[in-house]
Ligand binder design. Structure first.
Ligand code: COA
Length: 162
């Protein structure tokens, strides 16, 4: 069975991520979406909230597992017996960052390759932080994120405003 891991912060998952998940699910037997627990990056949503959003938004796909990890990605890949890391590419700026990360991971776990999937043109400008900023300032993000994430963003900002 060919297992690939799609790691990321997913704070929150966007339609751009879903596009990458759908494409990669057609290429591998199983995709593990691995939400990173990064203590140095302040997240808007908790790990559980981020996982729940992804689970709800990928119900139409059969070969998806959603999980969390902390520490070194290479160790997690070994534990899951993965053959590939999936990453989405939106622009040349992504490429520079992704290339270094792919090379580092190749050094840490040579048997695993990073597979880059091009984002669809309508998603090249979508980022989690862009979506959060637009939602905070009252912008309509319904075409950028799954419906449950839109509701989650509204509730989170309502809570934070008190
Ligand atoms: N659609 C929409 N947005 C996308 C996207 C797509 N297709 N592809 C990337 N992005 C955005 C994300 O939303 C995020 O936006 P933001 O910065 O506005 O929040 C940004 O691109 C990058 O985030 P993400 O893809 O989640 O990656 P990351 O840089 O937060 O995390 C890990 C990358 C988790 C893979 C990496 O940090 C890791 O492996 N950590 C474990 C520790 C380790 O092993 N380190 C050594 C590895 S070299």
């Amino acid at each position: 069975m060919r297992v690939a891991v799609y790691p990321g912060s997913f704070d929150p998952v966007t339609n751009g991520h879903i596009d990458i998940i759908e494409k990669s699910s057609r290429l591998f037997d199983r995709i593990i979406i691995a939400v990173v627990h990064n203590v140095t990056k302040k997240a808007l949503f908790t790990l559980d909230e981020r996982v729940a959003f992804i689970r709800e938004s990928t119900q139409h796909l059969e070969n998806i597992e959603v999980d969390c990890f902390s520490g070194l990605l290479a160790n997690y890949l070994r534990e899951k017996k993965a053959c590939a890391i999936v990453r989405g590419l939106r622009s040349m700026t992504d490429f520079e960052y992704e290339m270094h990360m792919a090379m580092m991971n190749k050094r840490l776990i040579p048997e695993v390759d990073t597979i880059f999937i091009m984002a669809n043109a309508e998603h090249v400008f979508v980022s989690s932080s862009g979506v959060k900023e637009a939602a905070l300032l009252g912008g309509d993000v319904s075409s950028l994120v799954p419906p449950q994430v839109k509701i989650g963003l509204e509730q989170k900002y309502k809570q934070l405003r008190g």
